[in-house]
Design a protein around this ligand. Structure first.
Ligand SMILES: *Cc1c(COP(=O)(O)O)cnc(C)c1O
Length: 367
């Protein structure tokens, strides 16, 4: 890992998951090979962007797809598409939304840190309900001729103040309001690539650089042909809001390869591997005096993906925050998460060769 050491930073063991703050994901060598090959020649970027979208749509059985530089960029481009559509003058006018509907409806319980991307395109949020409650009647009463879209954060779907996506989809379709779903980190299961669209979403945004395993700065918008055409119009290589979020040829080719590998991946074997890593950590820690470890799944809202097992650790004489800090300052440094007062270890991004160093780091931190 000389390239990192040369820059004065140390590589870390990531037991947090596909989290951007530690680098997001690990690319398959076949993705890197495709990117290397792409770097070797020039190409018509408009053709490449369009054909890559078409290929990805076929791979994931969506009607159409638009490649972006991340899920957050996808949200901004989706919002621009819902306001300016393919009107050349309006596309250039954004983020000034004069003369266009510019309100993004969102349930209060669905406000997330990433939704600033919607405002980046010029949209303004209109919140519906309160943190603990919202109704379809309230949503309907909020729809006006200023409404441009409805944003749904998939990770908030089981909050008390949430509403079922399907019910919202029926209502919004009746009023002709596009339903945009932020599903950035909702993989696995692979079936989620189509589940939100089946439930009636018009546009669904995923990160390419999380579980899909593409370049960190890649993402996808999936949806029906007409709205995806509007996304393309508001996206690189066109002069538009999306021009400031451009995707390079290597990223586009890398994402296509990553999606191709992702849809073929044997998740039975992968879950088996994740279970084994968690079991190894749990049994090693339970052998230490004053330490307790258990296998479980996240119960806290917004922690994704919930399907992947975690190792939860507590120590009698050490708070969760202290343990987290010791792991972070260890050699090698381990970046873990915390839920309530327990340390949570997510095996999602781990390789087999990191298991023993992780266990050693835990033993050191806990002793
Ligand atoms: C990670 C994430 C994003 C941002 O994704 P990028 O691909 O890093 O831009 C947006 N929304 C949610 C819910 C996320 O988890």
């Amino acid at each position: 890992m000389g390239v990192y050491r040369d820059l004065g930073v140390s590589p870390v063991i990531n037991v947090l998951g596909t989290v951007t703050m530690v680098g997001g994901s690990r690319m398959d060598p076949r993705v890197l090979d495709a990117m290397s090959e792409a770097a070797g020649s020039f190409v018509n970027m408009r053709e490449l962007h369009r054909n890559a979208g078409r290929t990805i749509a076929q791979l994931v059985s969506a009607e159409a797809a638009c490649v972006t530089s991340g899920a957050a960029a996808g949200l901004a481009i989706a919002a621009a598409a819902c306001m300016a559509h393919a009107d050349p003058a309006k596309i250039l006018q954004l983020p000034d939304t004069t003369g266009m509907p510019n309100e993004a409806l969102v349930l209060k319980a669905h406000r997330i840190l990433y939704d600033q991307a919607i405002r980046l395109a010029g949209a303004e949020f209109v919140e519906v309900g309160v943190t603990s409650f919202a109704s379809l009647e309230q949503v309907e009463a909020s729809i006006t001729n200023r409404t441009a879209l409805f944003l749904y954060a998939a990770e908030a779907s089981s909050m008390r103040g949430s509403l079922p996506l399907r019910d919202l989809a029926v209502l919004l379709r009746h009023h002709g309001i596009p339903l945009v779903v932020d599903a950035a980190a909702e993989l696995p299961p692979v079936s989620n690539l189509s589940a939100f669209l089946s439930d009636g979403a018009d546009l669904v945004v995923f990160s390419g650089g999380k579980e899909i395993g593409g370049p960190q700065s890649s993402g996808l918008i999936l949806g029906a042909t007409q709205l995806i055409e509007d996304c393309n119009a508001n996206c690189f290589p066109n002069y538009s809001i999306g021009r400031a979020m451009k995707t390079d040829k290597e990223t586009i080719v890398g994402l296509v390869k990553a999606v191709e590998l992702f849809v073929q991946r044997d998740y039975d074997a992968i879950f088996d591997r994740w279970e084994k890593i968690v079991d190894a950590v749990v049994s090693a820690v339970n052998g230490l005096p004053g330490c307790t470890a258990r296998k479980g799944h996240p119960t806290e809202q917004g922690i994704q993906p919930k399907e992947i097992p975690r190792a939860y650790i507590t120590a009698d004489n050490l708070s969760g925050a202290e343990l987290l800090d010791r792991l972070l300052r260890g050699e090698p440094s381990v970046v873990a998460g915390m839920e309530d007062s327990e340390i949570a270890l997510n095996p999602q991004c781990m390789t087999e060769t990191e298991v023993q160093p992780l266990i050693d780091a835990l033993i050191t931190a806990l002793s």
